[in-house]
Design a protein around this ligand. Structure first.
Ligand code: ZN
Length: 362
């Protein structure tokens, strides 16, 4: 059994996960295929000036190029660095020895999302991005099957495979993904989103723009106050595959702002304020060398198993960027999420809970 520690002014208590967390709600967020390199170092010096990948290098440099690595990453993802990097924890800066890896051997989306959500890799059965109902129960489904979370779990995704990854049919968890509209009587904002979603063509056949996913999720959050909300942003991966480094950076920057909006809403709301943990991660990394491999990922791309995890909330010690030799895995997200909600999620194959009270999380 791993423990979560709560530090208060008068005491330092170690209590079992089932009893003692302040977290009552979790927002799980993924940014598809966002590299740790950009999260921890900001814009890449060679890619930002490369005319093969950037329409207007000068304009892009004005937006995201700064003198130091610290300035570049804060410019690219200010919420991550001004809030999570101060009040929470950021795992996966390999230049400091902090490593996070996939345990699946495939390094593309469905295997990564299965590993995040189920807590284990399943290379035998999850080996394509096909729309196959996930045979594995996710931690979302595990919690949704418990009385106190029934009807309090929801998922929103830009990619139209999420209803299958979460197994919407078996789990009963509402999943709004791809180009789905709002099924229930819409709020005025939802009705407008439905209209816009039909009018603004997406460049991709299976992925919508993240702004739709985000605003549908925000409306749902305000209306239904779920205790466990999963939002899967997708643009970063698609822009990268297309070789649009400018759009990839702008999307990362915008998603950072979306997450800030989500957090500020939570902190303004009685149910969520100081009782909500954000867990943010990615399904896979991307290549680095040779430079064109940044567009791609998969088992043949070196480094595409290198990922990162960010956590912010009342049970997470404010250690900022982890700067020592540590090794974590994608399969630890599910158990950590569940432990934060006070429910043990474990099994032979499921990764262990990350201890958020200890320096380096060991
Ligand atoms: Zn991809």
């Amino acid at each position: 059994m791993r423990h979560l520690t709560i530090i208060c002014l008068w005491c330092s208590l170690t209590l079992q996960a089932q009893q003692a967390t302040q977290t009552e709600n979790v927002f799980l967020i993924t940014l598809d295929g966002l590299r740790w390199q950009e999260l921890f170092s900001g814009a890449d010096s060679s890619l930002i000036i490369d005319e093969d990948y950037v329409g207007d290098p000068e304009a892009l440099q004005q937006l995201f190029w700064r003198d130091t690595e610290e300035q570049r990453r804060e410019t690219l993802m200010p919420f991550f660095w001004h809030e999570i990097g101060v009040q929470g924890q950021l795992l996966g800066n390999r230049t400091l020895g902090s490593k996070v890896n996939c345990t699946n051997q495939q390094w593309f989306s469905y295997p990564g999302y299965n590993e995040i959500l189920s807590g284990f890799a399943d290379d035998q059965r999850i080996n394509s991005n096909d729309k196959m109902p996930n045979p594995n129960k996710t931690v979302l489904e595990f919690l949704h099957n418990q009385e106190k979370f029934k009807g309090k779990v929801a998922a929103f995704g830009s990619w139209d495979v999420f209803p299958f990854i979460v197994n919407e049919e078996r789990s009963g968890i509402p999943v709004n993904a791809g180009f789905e509209q709002n099924p229930s009587p819409p709020t005025p904002k939802e009705a407008f989103l439905d209209e816009l979603q039909q009018q603004i063509p997406s460049p991709w056949s299976t992925v919508r723009f993240d702004a739709f996913t985000h605003h549908y999720a925000m409306e749902y959050l305000k209306k239904n106050t779920p205790r466990l909300l999963y939002i899967a942003y997708g643009e970063t991966d698609d822009f990268a595959h297309e070789g649009h480094y400018d759009a990839y950076l702008k999307s990362a920057h915008q998603t950072d702002a979306f997450i800030k909006e989500l957090w500020e809403f939570a902190q303004s709301h009685l149910q969520y304020r100081d009782k909500t943990t954000l867990i943010i991660t990615t399904d896979h990394g991307r290549g680095t060398i040779p430079k064109e491999t940044w567009r791609s990922h998969g088992a043949k791309i070196e480094g595409a198993d290198e990922i990162w995890i960010a956590i912010l909330g009342p049970d997470t010690e404010p250690l900022g960027e982890v700067n020592q030799d540590t090794q974590f895995y994608q399969n630890q997200v599910a158990a950590t999420l569940s432990a934060l909600l006070g429910v043990e999620y474990k099994g032979d194959k499921i990764g262990k809970t990350i201890d958020l009270a200890i320096e380096g999380g060991r």
